[in-house]
Write a protein that binds this ligand. Sequence first.
Ligand SMILES: [Ca+2]
Length: 330
Amino acid sequence: MNKKKAGAVNEMRFGVRLVSTTAFALLAAITGALMMVGCPQTPAPGTSFRDCSNGCPEMVVVPQGRFTMGAPAGEEARENLPDQRRGRSVPQHLVTIRHKLAIAKFDVTRDEYAQFVAETNRPDADSCDTLNASGTFIATNGNWHSPGFPQTGRDPVVCVSWDDAQAYVAWLSAKTGHVYRLPTEAEWEYAARAGTTTARYFSDNPAELCRYTNVGDLDYSEQHPGDSGVNRACRDGYAFTSPVGSFPPNQFGLYDMLGNVNDWTEDCWNANYSGAPTDGTAWQSGDCGRRVVHGGSWDADLSGVRSANRRNPPTSSRNTTLGFRVAKTL
Ligand SMILES: [Ca+2]
């Protein structure tokens, strides 16, 4: 091939390349514009974000999906759940989470709650129940910043009622212009299980439990020697609350879903799951003076530290084992 002919061929190839590059760029621009205008993109599952830099909790996008909610046959007996607390997490039922959802990576911390109190001038409550040396709740004049044991600003806030949590999410919604709320009970269990069907999202071996969460362990037992219902098989390093994120996350990237503090959820209390919603929405009928709590806490015996376990404190209840985390529909 002579040089002139070769040059013409190269020009032609360059021209084809130029046309295809331009066409690709144009197509990409049109697709991008369509996505911006018509189909706002939800961040991928696992993505984390904050809606403000001064006091907003870090959120994690969880995948949409379906799961079996509740305790399988035999779990409560195997875990030695006290008789009076059995039968609350049945019947098992399928729940489908079709909505796009983010759950807070951590429980609301003392520092985050302090921001809310400062911006709203919220007065201190005048009482909080805490645990005596026998592990029995007693009334004190403690509150969220003085729970009766040492905490860092990164520890989960405690001594907060369901009503306090509602005031917090209302403030956070107004501050950010986004709707924040408590997780529904189904969202909470879906997020805690993160695809697992076992009693916990980590090991069920009592001796290994202290690697994964903060519960009533040997450290707790030394401060509460009269409490017989604790796990003496290991030491997790904390006699009271631990800073959030001190233990490994679950498979959705969420921390402390089990142990450390119990979490308030949105749902009214019902004695079992007969008639429960199956679409991940909150159960808004039943005993709404009580709300469902999940997760187990720093004082808990192992039977209480299970994804399916549920309790029913009154909405006004404030105690040192009870906090919350927030949720947001995307
Ligand atoms: Ca502990």
